[in-house]
Design a protein around this ligand. Sequence first.
Ligand SMILES: Cc1cc2nc3c(=O)[nH]c(=O)nc-3n(C[C@H](O)[C@H](O)[C@H](O)COP(=O)(O)O)c2cc1C
Length: 184
Amino acid sequence: MDLLTAIKTRASALKIRDPAPSREHLQLILEAGARAPDHGKLAPWRFTVLQGEARHVLGELMAQSLKARNPEADADELRREQKKALRAPCIIAVAAHITPSQKVPEIEQALAVGAAAQNMLLTAHALGYGAMWKTGPAAYNPAIKTALGFTTEDHIVALIYIGSIEIAGELRAAALEDRVKWMG
Ligand SMILES: Cc1cc2nc3c(=O)[nH]c(=O)nc-3n(C[C@H](O)[C@H](O)[C@H](O)COP(=O)(O)O)c2cc1C
């Protein structure tokens, strides 16, 4: 699939199932992430690939995080939260590791990692997989950051759920109206 077609046809998958991308395809997806523009060549991206049983650890921590936010959460809600980590056979956690720098402000480093996440979504789509970029409270939880191998100062910018498409998402129109000024 050529790049323009990938950009024009990508949509978040509504339901994702087994199988996960092959190891070779995961490597391509990760390399696409690391091809993002990178001011100062700081390579601020950090990736953790969760598959199989490793997703249960994330699910358990997500349920604990919900309990901490909402002590009233009942067993059903906690189970639902726990199962969220099983919505795809593979989750790539994408974090920004910020290097203190006079030249490259934090926001630029975080943006580079956002660009990495988009490269990964497009590559997954071009390879025929379904994916969805999520965050939610889990992304901001220090215990979850640590469990995924990041530091508590790192920013999880994406949890990319990825696998085979069970239900494809609908294509969203590009929202340009009132958002573009042509000058000159
Ligand atoms: C930084 C970021 C975080 C997001 N987090 C969530 C999320 O936690 N849950 C969710 O349903 N969508 C989330 N989204 C939006 C979806 O990934 C998706 O882009 C949106 O639903 C539009 O659908 P589309 O990708 O098919 O155009 C997030 C998007 C970004 C850029």
